[in-house]
Design a protein. Structure first.
Lengths: 498, 324
């Protein structure tokens, strides 16, 4: 029997640059197929070709053995292929049920009808989502469930997930995996793109690895190990460097107390949180999404809107501070490196040099009211060199870089401001494996240089790898504190979910 | 790889302007004469100055719909005061101060009260017109008389055979360019227009920068008002109610300054102004009536925008090349 989807010798070029080159990919009926590779390896482009979002420049697509040309996602959906995106494609101002039945063939729906049908349908999938809730009120995990429900509702035979678990909490991940198993039992084929190798090893039947737009290997999951996957992804072995046994390193000694937070509160997101940060040490903050970790950090750095701040005390080196905007915090050396670099990290119309130079100007490193081009070039050269930003030159626009290099520019823009305390919020989200190691190296270098560092992450290996001290955040509070090198993943996870 | 990106809207519009020039100079006798070219430039210089003001605000991801209204009322008030015997410097200072104050209020509304710029300045424009007509200016038209008469050279004089308003336009272009390119404040303005959230987090004084852009707009608008009043020896306050401000926006958008902020510069305003100037001049020589001119202007704007979006698609695919 022919595979349900087959892409033969497909190439996709954007403006003459091949994102995917001569790629052959097959998907069997009822299999779970993981697609792995660094950022920029061409995974998204490959799946977009299958889902009708982009058309291959060369090559052909076969569905059930018959050649097809898909020119839009709705044509793909008619063929039973649905794609669930990383950024959700739901309409925020409509309810859950309205979204599920949105692209239905029937033109009119009775609201009551779709709420009842939606309730039953969601229950049949074991999703605890209220069908009458507005999408905008849902968390990331629940939105994902609605997306999946919509795909299932459309009788999709092939469902493609683009990094489905990136925004999910562990419990939600668990449910997601159970769902994938059920979809598989119903004969649905699943393709999923992921950066989490453990997940791929746990739930996939087959794994395909891509690198630089080309096919590297496809095989049964049993043929792979973590190391062999990483090797195939990056073309070199760096797993030792990346996630070394945390016990093998010595914890840094805490320097002076840089920042202490007492009874910080912000609505229902941050409740009575108290903790301290020390110079020359990396404090890891682990918590599930929605546990208030980002919000607490944003209050400290003055990024949160002032009317959200409800009380508590923040002391910076023995002095009470309460920043209403980020500027005075930056001037005092507290820098927040955002988790969402596209929305609030960099300036997309500007070059790498301009971005970094803006950081220097805002941090008061430049005195003159005139922009000096030589100064901009020398600062940019210094920092792109120090952080190994890979680009043709520093006049390249940041938007054109890969995720890892964008993140390095954002970090450079922060470090040029000579911080005393840097708060990294998900520093390696959407960053390719090679760059992750480099960014970790940068973060460790900061702590070694005596700067207080706080790393917020929902990726446990990252927390374990980096932290000298680990704080666990749950429902707006810091609930536990661990010595970084005397704990393990299970203990931390236990504290975070109970 | 941005080969097609090189041919942006600015280039398209510039090519259109050159093309129109060629067509007009072949078909219209008297178009390509020194006199007519100077006349053409003089006629659009005020529109161009206002375009610089609007352009700066739009680059900062705002819009200033009160620009023309404020210009008419503040300069009208100045003429009124000067006409009734006040020394010119005093009248100038008062009117300029009023203008800057209103600009600052605009900025405060947008930056601190966080009202969308389009609503804040729309309301302010209406408010200023009503306030000015009720409290400051008795007659609909304020005449250039009394101590203000010395200003008429700015509008009607010429230097080395070139009318002074063209110099005024050139000067403000140069200052605007220097500001956007070489002043720290100008760099901040572009950053805020590009990404307000990032500017905030980076520690830029985001809100003062927004206030500043409306104050600059008011200042340049005031200069445009002086040139206008000097050129026609009066200021008609009904200008505040006209669609003139939309012509200004036309110039800015036509030149290729994206309404999404952060993109473009003074060059874009110049190119947009030139095209409009050539077009208006040609159509006037051809004796095309005003309503038909509107049709042509509107179509041209749509054409420029469509051509730009065809040549430079801004969809997800090309926007995030790093993410493929």
């Amino acid at each position: 029997m022919s595979p349900i989807v087959e892409l033969r010798e497909a190439t996709k070029e954007y403006r003459g640059v091949a994102a995917v080159r001569e790629m052959t990919f097959t998907l069997e009926r009822g299999e779970v197929h993981a697609l792995l590779g660094e950022n920029g390896a061409g995974k998204s482009t490959l799946t977009k070709m299958i889902a009708g979002v982009v058309r291959p420049t060369r090559g052909a697509l076969f569905i059930n053995g018959a050649p097809v040309v898909l020119s839009s996602p709705s044509e793909a959906l008619a063929q039973g292929i649905a794609m669930v995106y990383q950024e959700t494609s739901l309409v925020p101002s409509l309810t859950v049920a309205q979204n599920i039945y949105l692209a239905d063939s029937r033109r009119f729906h009775r609201l009551r009808g779709i709420y009842i049908a939606g309730q039953q349908f969601l229950q049949s999938l074991n999703f605890h989502v209220n069908p009458t809730a507005l999408i905008s009120e849902l968390g990331a995990g629940q939105k994902q469930m609605v997306e999946i429900a919509r795909a299932v509702h459309h009788q999709a035979q092939v469902i493609i997930f683009d990094e489905p678990t990136a925004t999910l909490t562990p419990e939600e991940k668990h449910q997601f995996f159970a769902l994938v198993a059920r979809l598989k039992a119903r004969g649905v084929s699943v393709v999923f793109i992921s950066h989490a190798l453990e997940e791929a090893l746990a739930i996939a039947d087959r794994i395909t690895i891509m690198r630089d737009g080309e096919h590297v290997v496809t095989d049964h999951v049993s043929a792979f190990t973590r190391e062999s996957i990483v090797r195939a992804m990056v073309g070199r072995s760096l797993s030792d460097a990346l996630y070394a046994e945390s016990g093998s390193k010595k914890a840094r000694k805490a320097g002076e107390k840089v920042l202490s937070v007492q009874n910080l509160s912000m609505g229902s997101m941050v409740r009575n949180t108290s903790f301290s940060l020390f110079a020359g040490q990396i404090t890891g903050v682990f918590g599930l999404i929605g546990s208030g970790r980002t919000e607490a950090a944003k209050v400290i750095a003055g990024v949160a809107k002032r009317d959200l701040f409800h009380g508590g005390q923040i002391r910076l080196g023995g002095r009470d501070v309460r920043y209403r905007v980020p500027r005075p915090a930056v001037r005092d050396g507290i820098i927040y490196v955002t988790e969402d670099r596209k929305a609030e990290g960099f300036f997309e119309t500007m070059s790498i040099a301009e971005n970094i130079h803006l950081g220097a100007m805002a941090g008061g490193q430049t005195r003159s009211q005139r922009v000096s081009m030589e100064e901009m070039r020398s600062i940019a050269a210094e920092w792109t060199e120090a952080l190994k930003v890979r680009a043709i030159n520093s006049d390249a626009r940041v938007i054109e870089l890969s995720g890892g290099n964008q993140q390095k520019v954002v970090i450079a823009k922060a470090l040029v401001q000579k911080p005393r305390l840097v708060i990294f919020d998900e520093p390696t989200r959407g960053v390719d494996v090679g760059a992750i190691a480099e960014i970790h190296h940068i973060i460790e270098g900061l702590a070694d240089a005596g700067i207080a560092v706080m790393v917020i992450s929902s990726y446990l290996p990252e927390i374990l790898q980096l932290s000298d001290r680990i704080l666990v955040c749950r429902q707006g509070r810091i609930v536990e504190e661990f010595e970084g090198h005397r704990t393990d993943a299970e203990t931390i996870m236990y504290a975070a979910v109970h | 790889m941005r080969l097609s990106g090189k041919l942006g809207q600015e280039q398209i519009v510039f090519a259109l302007a050159v093309l129109l020039c060629l067509v007009f100079s072949v078909t219209l006798p008297g178009f390509l004469t020194g006199n007519n070219i100077l006349n053409l430039l003089r006629s659009v210089s005020i529109l161009g100055i206002l375009g610089i003001a609007m352009g700066i605000v739009v680059i900062g991801r705002g819009i200033d719909l009160s620009l023309v209204s404020l210009m008419a009322i503040s300069v009208g008030w100045m003429l009124n005061m000067a006409g009734s015997g006040m020394p010119l410097p005093m009248a100038l200072m008062l009117a300029l101060g009023f203008s800057l104050l209103v600009g600052a209020i605009n900025g405060w509304l947008v930056a601190y009260a966080e009202i969308p710029a389009i609503f804040a300045t729309l309301a302010m424009g209406t408010l200023i017109y009503g306030f000015g007509r009720y409290f400051l200016i008795d007659l609909e038209v304020a005449y250039l008389q009394g101590s203000a008469e010395v200003l008429s050279w700015i509008g009607q004089g010429s230097l080395l055979g070139v009318p002074v308003p063209i110099y005024a336009f050139a000067l403000i272009c140069a200052l605007g360019h220097l500001f956007l390119r070489y002043a720290v404040a100008g760099r901040y303005l572009r950053a805020v227009g590009d990404n307000l959230a990032a500017a905030r987090i980076t520690g830029l004084p985001a809100r003062p920068v927004i206030v500043q852009q409306y104050v600059i707009s008011a200042l340049i608008g005031f200069c445009a008002g002086i040139v206008t009043a000097a050129a026609v020896s009066s200021m008609n306050t009904r200008l505040a109610l006209s669609t003139y401000v939309y012509d200004v926006i036309l110039v800015v958008v036509l030149g290729g300054i994206g309404l999404s902020g952060g993109r473009g510069g003074i060059r874009n305003v110049i190119v947009g102004t030139l095209l409009i100037g050539v077009l208006l001049n040609g159509m006037t020589i051809l004796n095309i009536q005003y309503t038909l001119q509107s049709v042509i202007k509107g179509s041209l704007l749509l054409l420029a925008i469509v051509a730009d979006s065809l040549l430079n698609p801004r969809d997800e695919q090309t926007a995030q090349q790093g993410d493929i």
